[in-house]
Structure formats: structure tokens, C-alpha cells
Design a protein around this ligand. Structure first.
Ligand SMILES: [Fe+2]
Length: 238
């Protein structure tokens, strides 16, 4: 029987301090690290599917946008732990919209002040959910601040400049770019060049100019192959 064959009776227990004990310990640590990493990936995927169920993902672009966010983060010299948070924040920044009524999420017309106030709550909702998950606390904070404005006129805290977490500043730019170029059932996305113009216009007011500069340094060259693969062109499909 397999269990009997694997019984400890036949395997001498490693002695503490011996080389086989150290090897076993390091194997155990490696296994735990792999399990933690797999669990983390599963949580991200599960939440992503939740966004899909609510039709809140921006389709084929979302993963690519996370990659762009990561590229900006690397250019800005973020450390590995921050890059991991950035990936989570880029993919799940709008997870709090799950708590917003569909009548507001899908309203084609402009929101009235009351509806807009409720919509803005999604940043706090996202933070409230993710902060409860061990290992996601920092990404939760980055999500909380992804609608702060560089000039302090954003929400929820009205943070300004470097007070805003750098991950939030990056997500803010790529999220805004995504919103501008993506088509919705009730409106067509802006052409690439117009989205670039608007990013530049709001650089230093809404957006961190360093992040905008970094993103635009590679945006066009990265984008063409993506849309070509989808059978569309940068100017018409966005
Ligand atoms: Fe958002």
C-alpha cells in the first residue's frame, strides 16, 4: 500500500542541525512560498472573474493595461513588492464597483450629484474588501487612492502630488487612458492621438507628469501590435 510504503517507519527522521534537516526545511519553505504565491494568483483571478460577471472588465485590454502599468512602475524604479501591488491594483482597482447599483453603473447619461457621490464610493468599497486579505493590505490602500488628482482635487482624501501613493498615480493614468480609448455601448472610444492630447493636457493637474511621460514614451509602439492582432487599427478601433 502506498501509505504504508511512505510510512515514517522506513524513512529515518532528519536530525536537527544535519544537512538533510536543513535541506528539508528549505524545501518546506519553498513549498510554502509556492502555495502562498498560487493562492495570491487565485484570489486575483477570482476577483477578476467577479468583475467579468458584473461586466466591469474592459475586455481584452485589462491584462495589457496591467502590463503597461508594470512597465511604468519598472521605469520609475519601483521595488519588486511595489510592482506586485501595482499588478493587483491595476487589475482590481474598480472591484468596489461591484457594490454600486447597475442603474448607476450603466446609466448612459451623466450622473446627477447624488448618483456621482455614490459612484465615487467604489474606491472605498474596493479598499474595504481587499484590506481584509493578508498580503493585499498595501494594494487595498493603492486602490483607495486611485482617483486622487495630482493637484489635490480628486477623491476620496484630496491627497496631492507625492502624498498620493505612486502605485495609485500610475493606475490613475492608465485607467483614464483606458476609459478614453475604450468603446462603450453608448459611445465610441476616442482615437489614440486625442487620448494622448488629453493626457498631456491634464498632466500636472489631474495626472502625475512623470507617470504620463513614462507611459507615453512607449504607449504607441506597444499599442499598434495589440490592435493589429485584434484585426483593428489604433486610430479606428480604440
Ligand atoms: Fe475607479
Amino acid at each position: 500500500m502506498l501509505v504504508a510504503a511512505m510510512s515514517n517507519d522506513h524513512i529515518p527522521a532528519p536530525v536537527e542541525g544535519s544537512s538533510s534537516f536543513a535541506a528539508l526545511e528549505s524545501l518546506r519553505v519553498k513549498q510554502l512560498e509556492e502555495q502562498t504565491s498560487a493562492l495570491r494568483t487565485s484570489v486575483i483571478c477570482a476577483f477578476n472573474q467577479l468583475l467579468d460577471l458584473k461586466d466591469l472588465n474592459t475586455g481584452v485590454h485589462s491584462t495589457r493595461l496591467a502590463e503597461w502599468g508594470m512597465r511604468v512602475g519598472q521605469e520609475l524604479g519601483l521595488e519588486e513588492a511595489e510592482l506586485q501591488n501595482l499588478e493587483v491594483a491595476a487589475l482590481l482597482h474598480d472591484i468596489g464597483k461591484v457594490g454600486i447599483p447597475d442603474s448607476i453603473l450603466r446609466k448612459p447619461e451623466s450622473l446627477d450629484p447624488q448618483e456621482y457621490a455614490l459612484m465615487k464610493k467604489h474606491a472605498e468599497y474596493g479598499w474595504a474588501v481587499l484590506r481584509m486579505l493578508p498580503g493585499f493590505e498595501r494594494a487595498a490602500l493603492d486602490i483607495l487612492h486611485h482617483h486622487e488628482s495630482f493637484d489635490g482635487k480628486g477623491y476620496p482624501a484630496g491627497l496631492q502630488g507625492a502624498e498620493i501613493p505612486v502605485v495609485s498615480r500610475i493606475v490613475c493614468v492608465i485607467d483614464a487612458f483606458d476609459a478614453m480609448v475604450s468603446s462603450r455601448p453608448y459611445r465610441k472610444g476616442l482615437p489614440y492621438q486625442e487620448a494622448v492630447r488629453r493626457l498631456n493636457d491634464a498632466s500636472g493637474t489631474q495626472f502625475d507628469p512623470v507617470v504620463v511621460r513614462s507611459f507615453l514614451s512607449f504607449a504607441e509602439s506597444e499599442m499598434s501590435p495589440v490592435f493589429a492582432a485584434a484585426g483593428t487599427s489604433v486610430s479606428s478601433a480604440l
